[in-house]
Design a protein around this ligand. Structure first.
Ligand code: ADP
Length: 162
């Protein structure tokens, strides 16, 4: 039964947004346990340290009983195998995301055939929301209250020196 499984939600979460949190909440109703995994994306220069990203996620997921957060500097599939997780969950906002996610899922499938990737369609409310957009708004001193969980706003600004 799928519901009894452990699912990993990997990503940069640089920082976590309401779009990510929406995926996490929906996934938490589908599986027994959810691990939000902060991983390094070699293609992206990070704004926040891994530790800072984990701390922000901890604030955002407070109250979600079957959700925890962890980090890895290695491959997501290796982490998943070591933690008995057989599902990876990725959010898909648009065609561009879908093409990228399909490619990634194929690579992970080759690396670890026992692990399945599940795509969740982004909530229409958040299809235009990205971590990059949040950072841009903070730098412009624009309002971010509808973009990130309320619980992280203060800490996020401190982390970025604003
Ligand atoms: P990565 O660098 O691994 O793509 P991100 O933190 O940018 O990490 O994204 C992690 C996952 O969350 C990806 O599957 C991405 O498509 C998805 N995602 C990002 N923003 C949103 C959003 N607004 N709504 C739904 N899913 C999203």
């Amino acid at each position: 039964m799928e519901i009894n499984k452990i699912a990993v939600i990997p990503g940069s979460f640089d920082p976590i947004t309401n779009g990510h949190l929406d995926i996490i909440k929906r996934a938490s109703k589908m599986y027994r346990e959810i691990i939000v995994l902060v991983a390094i994306n070699q293609d992206k220069q990070a704004n926040l340290s891994l530790a800072a990203r984990v701390r922000l996620i901890k604030l955002a997921i407070k109250g979600l009983k079957n959700v925890k957060v962890d980090k890895t500097t290695g491959l997501t599939v290796n982490y998943a195998k070591a933690h008995h997780a057989h599902i990876l969950i990725r959010g898909v906002r648009n065609q561009k995301d879908l093409a990228y996610e399909k490619k990634l899922a194929k690579i992970n499938q080759k690396l670890a055939p026992s692990i399945k990737t599940v795509f969740l369609k982004a909530n229409p409310k958040y299809v235009h929301l990205s971590s990059h957009e949040v950072i841009k708004r903070i730098k412009n001193e624009d309002d971010i209250s509808s973009f990130v969980p309320k619980a992280i706003i203060k800490q996020l600004k401190i982390n970025l020196g604003y």
